[in-house]
Design a protein around this ligand. Structure first.
Ligand code: DOR
Length: 443
């Protein structure tokens, strides 16, 4: 394999930012240093003025395959991800059929092989009746087990208390949860339906899928995890109220961790006016005060992981009335640009973005040899250029063909992305062929 030398970069890794060079050799980071000189035949990239980061690891995406390929598939969405500097994805089980046993899991790995632009892992899903599949799961075959403790897109609600308790007791991997209390949501929805019929204004979404519903369900997940000492990761925290349930501090040693998503840090209730169902998602985007508290919680290590919950739906679906417009929005392509806006605003450092979006998921899920700029690790890299970029619909690579960020200008753009040492994105277009690999979990 050929080698590439990236010189004069501003490396950001493990809490440090420093000038240096990095050599890619045989798909791996061969050398990190200062003043490295090029070898014969080596491709040299002058990265002066640019930041070089480990590729982001997105622990929550919905790439829709199998069964929902009319709106997304592994090839299109992983292409959008690498264009956005996300080199690894962990995909959710609410596909059709849902991923409820080892055979369905292996089917997904087969589908991704040779087609995924980024590295891939697939979660096993939980249901009210697949406890045996969870108990017998080989922990090296999935990052974790996903439990919908609130109903969302797809019909995967686990609401049987005996089953829930057993899942938390027996799960052989980290458990990751969607926490919203469905009976509370149903009760609120009935109130709004009585008033508006199916055409409920989008701005009431955070009142229907309320903060109280989030908190109640997150409390339940935490109490179950405490009872069984489960390794619990609560996904997409959307409220200030839930933050007190988590501890501040480094991810190492935590048995209970929290994730938030980029849309909760960039949008709030005021955006329903202009974006309507385009930002309808579960849990709902809530108030400006929640957004502020969540940004602070990321900075203060109360929130451990930043992800996307990339959940594409077509514009036609989004144009339906409230009760039938599906929840979720496409995010992978511009999530890193959006996170870096928080750096430009002085709210986070680049090192913190790298920590939450690359190091932390690698540690949490024991991803082997990825998520860091370390010699010997896979050369999953992203180069950031601080020149403005305005999101336009024609640039969107996700199959659904739209972005909630259209028209927004970011201060930074993704100049290059390497996956396993091979250039996949050159700042303008995809390059070469899909080169993602199946993730290995060091368990
Ligand atoms: O908004 C959401 N969309 N939340 C989920 O939990 C599921 C996701 C989807 O699959 O569309």
């Amino acid at each position: 394999m050929s080698s590439t030398l990236i010189v004069n970069a501003r490396l950001v890794n493990e809490g440090r930012e420093y000038d240096g060079d990095l050599r890619i050799e045989d798909g791996r980071i061969g050398q990190i240093g200062a003043g490295l000189s090029a070898r014969g035949g080596e491709t040299v990239v002058d990265a002066r003025g640019r930041r070089l980061l480990p590729g982001m690891i997105d622990d929550q995406v919905h790439f829709r395959e199998p069964g929902l390929e009319y709106k997304a598939d592994m090839a299109t969405e992983s292409a959008a991800a690498v264009a956005g500097g996300l080199t690894t994805f962990m995909d959710m089980p609410n596909t059709s059929p849902p991923t409820l046993d080892a055979a369905a899991l292996e089917d997904k790995y087969r589908r991704a092989s040779g087609r995924a632009w980024g590295n891939f892992g697939f979660y096993l899903g939980a249901s009210n009746d697949n406890l045996a599949a969870i108990q017998s799961l080989d922990p090296r075959t999935a990052p974790g087990v996903k439990v919908f403790m609130g109903a969302s897109t797809g019909n995967m609600l686990v609401d049987d208390p005996v089953t829930l308790d057993a899942i938390f007791r027996d799960v052989p991997t980290p458990i990751i949860t969607h926490c919203e209390d469905t009976p509370m949501i149903d009760a609120e929805l009935a109130v709004y339906k009585a008033k508006y019929g199916d055409d409920i204004p989008a701005r009431f979404h955070p009142d229907i899928r309320s903060r109280e519903a989030c908190k109640k369900s997150t409390e339940l997940a935490i109490s179950l995890a405490r009872r069984h000492n489960t390794r619990l990761h609560v996904l997409h925290i959307s409220t200030a109220d839930e933050l007190a349930l988590f501890q501040a501090g480094p991810i190492e040693g935590k048995r209970i961790t929290a994730e938030t998503c980029i849309h909760f840090l960039r949008f709030d209730r005021e955006d329903y006016e202009t974006l309507g169902h385009l930002i309808k998602c579960n849990p709902a985007i809530k108030d400006p005060a929640d957004r502020e508290a969540l940004i602070r919680a990321v900075a203060e290590d109360v929130i451990d992981v930043l992800a996307t919950d990339h959940a594409p739906h077509t514009l036609e679906e989004k144009a339906r009335p409230y009760t039938s417009a599906p929840s979720g929005l496409p995010l992978v392509q511009f999530a890193l640009n959006a996170a870096l806006e928080l750096v430009h605003e002085g709210r986070l450092t680049t090192a913190q973005v790298v920590d939450k979006f690359a190091h932390a998921p690698a540690k949490l899920f024991e991803v082997e040899n990825r998520g860091f700029l370390r010699e010997g690790y896979a050369a999953d890299l992203v180069l950031i250029d601080d020149t403005p970029y305005t999101v336009q619909r024609e640039d969107v690579l996700s199959k659904c063909g739209w972005s909630p960020f259209e028209g927004r200008t970011f201060h930074s753009r993704i100049a290059s992305t390497w996956v396993n040492g091979v250039l996949a994105w050159d700042g303008m277009s995809l390059v070469g062929a899909p080169n993602g690999q199946r993730l290995a979990f060091a368990r």
